[in-house]
Design a protein around this ligand. Structure first.
Ligand SMILES: Nc1ncnc2c1ncn2[C@@H]1O[C@H](COP(=O)(O)OP(=O)(O)OP(=O)(O)O)[C@@H](O)[C@H]1O
Ligand SMILES: [Mg+2]
Length: 310
């Protein structure tokens, strides 16, 4: 039985300006023990899908189960299986950290949870903040408390919606160490993030969403293998000609171009020279998840345009 199963999930929002399809027939399963990544650009529908999974939003169609429990028909059982770290920081300013975690334990009918609460505080680097009032915490610390809050009832399925947004390097490492440990001990993890190097390092399998549809669903290693074999990287002060620009990933002075063979690398360099662009610090590297992401999203955009034209 899958840990999480999305079956043809759709969501249409109604507004004064008409209807908007945020999710369009999303189907995939997450197996027990997986560390699963859900990626996609802003507005792709990631948070909407997670809200439906958490029972906070009603789908317009389809079905979601958690360890076999239907999120709609059997909400209490499904909810108990889930620990959800929301994207938005929401908390009660009147409680301190330990009180917040005790209160959350109470919602799940768990008393005498202090041993586990201590372990959470320790694991998430919050031990010295146990008595601090929630409103006295920095943004990153509040996010850590949200993670602890999601885990108080030892849920078998952990859902993290951009848990590292605005979080410093040290905290990120603490968080990943802790979540990876829980994953090794058997927890299933569903993660959304815009830090693709994080997803590449952590997730065994990845789904990419674009405009409410799944446009890629594969093992991370397969996604990387499918990418171009090389990336040509150089710096320049000049702008590229259009025929190169359409394939390029440009960050300030840094230009990166996918190449499928040594010959293609040579051809690209020749085209660069021919166009009068002066390239410095030239190097060739292996593709990463960001290259795949850009490729998949670009390809999906072209497919959507073709569909719209036909
Ligand atoms: N309550 C709502 N009413 C109307 N539209 C909504 C509502 N919630 C979300 N949307 C729209 O649905 C789409 C998907 O939003 P969602 O928050 O799921 O995206 P996301 O993939 O989580 O993006 P991000 O990476 O920015 O967090 C967006 O176009 C958003 O504007
Ligand atoms: Mg979101």
């Amino acid at each position: 039985m899958p840990a999480v199963s999305f079956q043809n999930v759709s969501k249409t929002y109604q507004s004064a300006r008409g209807t908007f399809k945020a999710l369009d027939g999303v189907s995939f399963d997450i197996e027990p023990g997986e560390f699963f990544g859900l990626l996609g650009p802003n507005g792709a529908g990631k948070t909407t899908l997670i809200s439906i999974l958490a029972g906070l939003t009603q789908p317009s169609g389809g079905k979601v189960t958690v360890n076999g429990h239907d999120v709609q028909a059997d909400y209490p059982s499904a909810r108990r299986q889930l620990g959800v770290v929301p994207q938005e920081l929401v908390f009660d300013p009147f409680f301190n950290v330990r009180e917040t975690l005790r209160l959350q334990s109470g919602y799940f009918g768990i008393r005498h949870n202090d041993a586990w609460i201590d372990e959470l505080l320790e694991g998430l680097g919050l031990a010295d903040k146990a008595q601090a009032n929630m409103r006295q915490l920095s943004g990153g610390m509040k996010r850590r408390v949200l993670v602890a809050q999601a885990l108080v009832h030892r849920p078998p399925v952990i859902v993290l919606d951009e848990p590292t947004a605005g979080v410093d390097v040290e905290l990120r490492q603490t968080l990943w160490q802790f979540v990876s440990r829980l994953n090794r001990e058997g927890s299933t993890v569903l993660l959304t993030t815009h830090y693709l190097e994080e997803a590449e390092a952590l997730c065994g399998r990845i789904a990419m969403l674009k405009q409410g549809r799944v446009v890629a669903l594969e093992k991370t290693s397969e996604l990387l293998r499918r990418a171009s074999s090389n990336v040509l990287r150089f710096k320049t002060d000049q702008s590229l000609p259009d025929d190169l620009l359409v394939h390029a990933r440009v960050t300030g002075r840094v230009v990166q171009l996918p190449a499928h063979s040594a010959l293609e690398v040579e051809q690209l360099l020749a085209r660069v020279r021919e166009s009068g662009v002066v390239a410095e610090d030239i190097e060739i590297r292996k593709p990463d998840l960001e290259d795949v992401f850009i490729d998949v999203m670009g390809g999906a955009a072209q497919a959507a345009q073709a569909e719209a034209r036909s």
